[in-house]
Design a protein around this ligand. Structure first.
Ligand SMILES: NC(=O)c1ccc[n+]([C@@H]2O[C@H](COP(=O)([O-])OP(=O)(O)OC[C@H]3O[C@@H](n4cnc5c(N)ncnc54)[C@H](O)[C@@H]3O)[C@@H](O)[C@H]2O)c1
Length: 234
């Protein structure tokens, strides 16, 4: 068993960092398209996506997209190219496991469908939650996990269960043939080769922001001094 936490190496040699930026470009392109913009320069698109233009050009060259000198990139065509690369030109069925605070909020969000992700199944272990209707779906009992995954053709499982339950749920999901997992539980999952796990952890993001806040405020004081003050209580 090996642990993997990235999108894997199946993307025809496109670097992981580029893959991670493609959704950012796509979001910027959607905004431009909504404003009726037909072509965009690499500088404009880079600014909209918050990266530098040399990096953007390099990223897009991996897709075979080089733009036209003096004109830039055709917005709609680039949307198609990136969507195709990310596998968004087809719909993906998603199951959410754990319909507590977080799972319920995710299930109730209507914005995934327009991005190609169909919420198809909701599962929970709590009999008080099983049978609830959320956004047009009925919460099924976790005992039916395998059957639901097969019946609904689930491609991606979102885990919003407590950390203590996450590995066991993950194992069952994987045994049912799902090879993509989005994990919200604060635990590192162990999965076989060929299974991709992405982890979302808002507390890590907050800690990174805290680091930058501290820097803006003049950086950490003397670590030794702070430690002594903390243990002294002074
Ligand atoms: N990644 C983040 O940024 C982030 C933010 C908030 C919460 N979380 C994590 O997300 C998870 C859910 O948080 P929450 O606040 O919604 O918790 P919650 O307690 O409100 O919900 C958890 C749900 O999982 C269900 N559950 C428990 N064991 C199960 C099992 N074996 N099979 C199926 N369902 C099961 C429970 O019945 C409950 O409905 C926790 O692990 C939490 O730490 C992560």
């Amino acid at each position: 068993m090996t642990r993997r936490s990235t999108l894997g190496a199946r993307n025809r040699g496109i670097p992981e960092a580029t893959v991670a930026r493609l959704p950012v470009y796509l979001r910027a392109l959607h905004t431009l398209a909504e404003r009726g913009v037909v072509t965009v320069s690499s500088e404009e698109l880079a600014a909209a996506a918050g990266v530098n233009s040399a990096k953007l050009r390099k990223d897009l060259s991996h897709l075979g997209s080089y733009g036209t000198r003096g004109v830039g990139y055709e917005v709609q065509y680039l949307v198609y190219q990136i969507s195709r690369e990310l596998g968004l030109t087809q719909d993906w069925s998603v199951a959410i496991v754990g319909l507590g605070n977080l799972g319920r909020a995710l299930a109730g969000y209507g914005g995934f469908a327009s991005r190609g992700f169909r919420m198809s199944a909701l599962l929970d272990a709590d009999p008080a939650i099983v049978g609830d209707r959320i956004n047009g779906l009925t919460v099924e009992h976790i005992d039916k996990l395998e059957q639901v995954i097969t019946d609904c053709g689930i491609s991606i499982a979102v885990l919003a269960v407590p950390a203590s339950a996450a590995q066991a749920v993950c194992d069952r999901v994987v045994a049912s043939g799902v090879t993509s997992i989005l994990n919200f539980a604060p635990v590192v999952l162990t999965v076989p080769d060929g299974v991709d796990v992405r982890k979302v952890d808002l507390s890590i993001e907050l800690q990174i922001l805290a680091f930058h806040e501290q820097r803006k405020a003049g950086g950490p004081g003397g670590v030794e001094q702070e430690y002594l003050e903390a243990v002294d209580g002074s």
